[in-house]
Design a protein around this ligand. Sequence first.
Ligand code: ADP
Length: 380
Amino acid sequence: MLILVVNCGSSSAKYTLFDVKKEQSLCRGIVERIGVSRSFLIHEAQGKKVLRENVVCPNHYKAIEIIRDVLVHPDKGVLSDVSEVKGVGHRVVHGGEEFHESVVITGDVIKSIEKFSELAPLHNPPSLEGIKGCMKIFGGVPQIAVFDTAFHHSMEEHVFCYGIPYEFYQKHGIRKYGFHGTSHRYVAYKAAEILNKPLNKLKLITVHLGNGCSIAAVLNGKSVDTSMGLTPLEGLLMGTRSGDLDPAVVTYLMQREKLGIEEVNNLLNKKSGLLGVSGVSNDMRDILKAIEEGDTRAKLAYDIFVYRIKKYIGAYAAVLGGADAVIFTAGIGENVPGIKEEIEKDLFPLFGGGTKFLIIGTNEELLIAKDTYDLVKKTI
Ligand code: ADP
């Protein structure tokens, strides 16, 4: 069964077409620079050369049309007709408190995703545009929403509540939600396969280190804590996000630098993290190169990055009462084994040899495709 996975960001739309039973991707690609000038499409189909084409793409609806057209194109595409796609799975960042698993999209689900746009103003609106586009363009096949927050729905109240007056949780939903859930869930399930033990008998710490970074404590297959919060800003140091800091820093900065809400938001989300500390780049490859060239601020950024991961692993080992495995994944986690090795060595006194340190490649798209397949099967 062919399933299309769509991931709409603020100015991009990624897609992968899966043959789910074979766990094989037939083609994948991205429409970039949506809504700005010089939009382009990159399309990779199995056994064909990678295409890069300029396109006119003022919005996500048009992006979905571009994706449909390339999928069925006689030379570039892999389908003879759009009806071969039997379901579309959408990555949706924020599912609030409502969604604890993937769901078939209905009018009510759309309303809820709209409601949670308040909590994820940059992420949920483009997903909604993509969903609405696919509903029209893919002719009535089931559309499935897979939420980044859903896996963390199992956190208990004393874990997700912040120490502010309770009424703000009740009134505005201010609490920890957590993100990257699909990635944490995927690598936890893979780790169980590798360890050859049932997932519901394992204590796992999953460390997702991409442009965004988060860590989760997974007990018997359920997330019991995670480092991101109301928004993806909390927790580890990231490419451009500060992660944890004294909340008073925000008001102090606003006062001393005369910053408005938008500016301070931008500073903490887009100009901090590896980029802000190093002054070099948000990209770990550039940071590693700068360290080799003797750049001390790049080294400081790297040291903060690694220290915080270590600290969170220690905290989550306390939460779980030990760990069977610590799993590193995503761009940095998979490609910079030195980070895993350094942390493994430093934490030896804490864990002894009983905890495995693993690197496992994440595949959020495949998990979205599998969830979609499972729900599509129920509808037919
Ligand atoms: P996203 O969160 O956008 O999906 P990725 O999972 O692709 O991000 O991770 C991006 C990060 O991974 C960047 O910091 C990048 O430098 C880093 N990265 C990717 N490949 C390598 C590599 N070979 N060596 C070091 N860092 C890498």
